[in-house]
Design a protein around this ligand. Structure first.
Ligand code: M6R
Length: 339
């Protein structure tokens, strides 16, 4: 679906410039991990296509009378294509006459059949309850859509388009390289497995990434985790930091790095132990960071797709250390087909 020569192309989905000019707002609606992929989508579509995007949890969207109209493009994200709240939201939007687009993994699922258009994530069957490859492919589809819209609307500089396409094409190679970090991540997971509370902090796309890293860890290791935007700390959360509290700080967004470092210094001053996730070859101040997880260099806009693999591994090894049933965590079902 993407090449250096032609940019992005979808076989299964087409929008003309006229269609897109008619769209005044995009809504992205989903649950859980798919919602976190939607948050990435908002940043990407707004940045590349300059269209305002709202992202909603499906169970909230349904009951808040959202301002969806015939000029809205509603993107429904669902691995299974069967999640009850997400499906109900889709049906409401279809009734209103909005254009609906499903991003789903399951061919022939109800959501894929009822949306006006569908883009399959093609992740292959995802058996474990915790979403991993479904998430990474959903975020990549968000990149592709943003590139596609940006090209049609003429809002994306050719140099930026090429840089993002190049980064997407090298992602598989960079993920392979990241796996070399496995043993380090496993060692850090052994420490985390002893904790009762953990915090993930990030800014910009790293905030959306923090939410996903935190969900993955709590879902399979049963450790209480919270994710916060770095700048929100001082509005309450910092009260929870005590000597020895483990905080995972995310550093894939270069333009926000200095601000994030200040946030880390603030928690460090309250005695936190900090695990910093950043690029290989970039300085993380040893007086602030106690542990490091390194990801290979890649363009910041694509980096969260790479970094999430490190966070998925962190969750996996922590759950393994605790002897949890990683594929079938307690109280959860793969597909939530009731409200
Ligand atoms: O099948 P869906 O993508 O619609 O499922 C949505 C959520 O139930 C799902 O992402 C859930 O949050 C995962 N278990 C998280 O790993």
């Amino acid at each position: 679906r993407v090449s250096m020569e032609n940019g992005v192309f979808f076989d299964d989905f087409k929008l003309s410039k006229q269609d897109l000019d008619n769209v005044d707002r995009v809504f992205i609606v989903a649950c859980g991990t798919a919602y976190h992929a939607g948050l990435m989508g908002k940043t990407l579509i707004e940045r590349m296509a300059k269209i305002p995007v709202e992202v909603d949890i499906a169970s909230e969207f349904r009951y808040r009378n959202p301002l969806v109209t015939e000029k809205s493009l509603v993107i429904i994200v669902s691995q299974s294509g069967e999640t009850a709240d997400t499906l109900a939201a889709l049906r409401d939007c279809n009734r209103i006459g909005a254009r609906t687009l499903a991003i789903t993994n399951v061919v022939g699922s109800t959501i894929s059949r009822e949306a006006n258009d569908v883009i399959y994530t093609m992740a292959g069957p995802e058996i474990a309850v915790a979403s991993t490859k479904a998430y990474t492919t959903q975020v990549v589809v968000m990149h592709l859509l943003a590139l596609y819209f940006g090209r049609i609307k003429g809002t994306l500089e050719e140099t930026e388009e090429k840089e993002i396409v190049r980064a997407l094409l090298i992602l598989p190679d960079r993920i392979e390289k990241l796996l070399e970090e496995k043993e380090n991540i496993e060692g850090i997971a052994r420490l985390l497995a002893k904790e009762e509370d953990l915090f993930f902090l990030g800014r910009g796309m790293d905030y959306a990434l923090a939410l996903e890293g935190s969900l993955k860890l709590k879902e399979i290791s049963y450790i209480h985790c919270e994710a916060y935007a770095g700048g929100e700390l001082k509005h309450g959360t910092i009260a929870l930091i005590e000597p020895g509290t483990k905080v995972i700080g995310l550093f894939t967004q270069g333009d926000l790095k200095d601000k994030m470092v200040s946030n880390m210094v603030e928690v460090k001053a309250r005695g936190a132990n900090i695990i910093g996730l950043g690029y290989h070859g970039e300085e993380l101040d040893k007086s602030v960071f106690d542990y490091e997880i390194r990801i290979p260099q890649i363009s910041d806009i694509v980096a969260p797709v790479l970094a999430v693999v490190a966070l998925q591994l962190l969750a996996y090894y922590t759950a393994k250390e605790k002897g949890c049933d990683i594929d079938k965590p307690r109280n959860l079902a793969k597909s939530v087909t009731v409200e």
